[in-house]
Structures are given as structure tokens and as C-alpha cells.
Design a protein around this ligand. Structure first.
Ligand code: FES
Length: 154
């Protein structure tokens, strides 16, 4: 069940669009910010608030990889896997992080502290390889530098 503050935020978002359902993407961001992911129950509650069907919410949700359908880590690590980053060592960074965290891609560590995934171009190709940790971007990341980033958050 959404807390009242979240419901109010979603109602406020609706006011910015001609149709309630048009607020779905920003509402999904808001729900993810609140819970860390978007559950089936959250889809149903969003649908009721936005005057659409849960199937519509799930359809939109399944299209975008930046929305999580299952609980992820408190800190989300995203390694760019697109060409510039790949050529400059993103794969080694990813493998190193997988090994250090003991997770496969798309998984969270058992205590829920970190999750690791690979993503398409993050739009900073001149900084390749690029890693995002939560909302912070790091460029020219080596496996050692990536390990240091997670050590600092432990
Ligand atoms: S290819 Fe990695 S940021 Fe563009």
C-alpha cells in the first residue's frame, strides 16, 4: 500500500499532464525511489491512481530496463557495455565486480547492499569505460578503481 505522501506526489504529477495515465513514467520513477523496485501490487495501485489498467502499467514497465521488477541492492552499479566502453575494458571491469561482489548480472548481493548490471551507452563515450554507482558517474574506470568504489561504500 502506497504511503499517503507517495499518493500525493503521484496526484501532483497527474496535474502536469492532460491525461492522468500520461504521468505513468514519472510515477514509476517515484515508486521505484520509494521502494527500490516496482512490484505487482505497486502496478495495481498505480493503475488505480492513474485510471488505467495494471496490464498497461506492466506493459510500460517491461519495456524500460531502468525500472526494476525485483528488489535490487541499496547501491546500484551499472557498467556500460556499448562499443567504446567494451573496447576499453568494460568487460574486465564487469568480471572483476562480479567476482568481488559474488553476484551474477542483474542480481543483488545477499545482504542487499549492491546490485550489478550492464547497460547500453551512458552517453559519455569519451570517458570509457563508464560506470554509474547510483546517480554518480565515473569515467576511465579500471577493475582496481571499480573495486575501490565498492570498498568505499561498504
Ligand atoms: S559506449 Fe559507454 S558511455 Fe558510450
Amino acid at each position: 500500500m502506497f504511503p499517503e505522501a507517495l499518493k500525493q506526489d503521484i496526484r501532483n504529477l497527474q496535474g502536469e499532464f492532460p491525461e492522468k495515465r500520461s504521468a505513468l513514467i514519472p510515477a514509476l520513477w517515484r515508486v521505484q525511489e520509494e521502494f527500490g523496485y516496482i512490484s505487482t501490487e505497486a502496478c495495481e495501485e498505480l493503475a488505480a491512481l492513474l485510471d488505467c489498467t495494471a496490464a498497461h502499467v506492466k506493459e510500460v514497465l517491461s519495456f524500460y530496463t531502468m525500472f526494476y521488477k525485483k528488489p535490487m541492492g541499496k547501491h546500484q552499479i551499472r557498467v556500460c557495455k556499448t562499443l567504446s566502453c567494451w573496447l576499453l575494458g568494460a568487460e574486465k571491469v564487469t568480471e572483476h565486480l562480479k567476482q568481488k561482489l559474488g553476484v551474477e548480472l542483474g542480481e543483488a548481493t545477499p545482504e542487499g547492499k549492491f546490485s550489478l548490471e550492464v547497460v547500453e551507452c551512458l552517453g559519455a563515450c569519451d570517458q570509457a569505460p563508464v560506470v554509474h554507482v547510483d546517480k554518480t558517474q565515473y569515467g576511465k574506470v579500471t577493475p582496481e578503481a571499480a573495486e575501490k568504489l565498492i570498498q568505499e561504500l561498504k
